[in-house]
Design a protein around this ligand. Structure first.
Ligand code: G6P
Ligand code: MG
Length: 217
């Protein structure tokens, strides 16, 4: 029924949103305006460049493309400093168990993330070897909800999209998975991620049977 699972990173495997928040807030404050957690929520699944555009708009500020590049780099340096201190304890509950079970069952796994920092995060939390393929912000040009990231994941694994299940916490990501012709499990709240085939609050609630059942609907 299914032969591969493709995982988003931020908000599914690790909770890096808190680090993104700290770094963006520091940047906004330096520019002289505030940045709230509610605004940070809206940046889930959104690329670094697009996130900065939104933040500048919220702060009522205009910057040239060149200045934006400098600001995005500065934010990323602070973010990278923080993720370098991440440890395996920061893996979200159920992730390691699910990845182990998938591997034991012969199911392929890929990462499908907008982040350009995905590899270092997986290394820091110690699960890099559990992925058969990595597709991230360095290899993808169109951001979610475009299906490119997930289609490239399926291609890298050599599995047809119809046999792939995506795990996503962002609406844009759920839409990207659907557009790729894949099944999608939403990690979060039903009223936000209702377009997904199944919504759970964490990967702890997922086992192989739950995933097989997605295909009998
Ligand atoms: C993920 C996160 C976004 C982040 C994006 C780019 O999609 O949910 O909040 O902006 O990755 O991350 P990066 O590490 O490349 O700045
Ligand atoms: Mg995410």
């Amino acid at each position: 029924v299914f032969e591969a699972c493709i995982f988003d990173l931020d908000g599914v495997i690790v909770d890096t949103a808190v680090y993104h928040f700290k770094a963006w807030k520091r940047l906004a404050n330096e520019l002289g305006f505030n940045f709230t957690e509610a605004q940070n929520e809206k940046l889930k699944g959104i690329s670094r460049v697009k996130s900065l555009e939104l933040i500048l708009a919220w702060g009522g500020m205009e910057k040239s493309a060149e200045e934006q590049q400098i600001l995005a780099t500065r934010k990323n340096e602070w973010y990278v400093d923080m993720i370098h201190h991440m440890t395996p304890e920061e893996i979200l509950p159920g992730t390691k168990e699910l990845l182990d079970n998938l591997r034991a069952a012969g199911i392929k796994t890929a990462l499908g993330s907008a982040s350009k920092n995905a590899t270092v995060i997986l290394e820091k939390v110690g699960i890099l070897p559990l992925f058969d393929a990595l597709v991230d912000g360095n290899t993808v040009s169109a951001s979610k909800p475009d299906p490119e990231v997930f289609l490239k994941g399926a291609e890298a694994l050599g599995i047809s999209p119809a046999k792939c299940i995506v795990f996503e916490d962002a609406i844009a990501g759920v839409q990207a998975a659907k557009a790729a012709g894949m099944k999608v499990v939403g990690i979060g709240e039903e009223d936000v991620l209702g377009e997904a085939d199944l919504v759970v609050s964490s990967l702890e609630q997922i086992d192989l049977q739950t995933l097989t059942n997605l295909y009998s609907k």
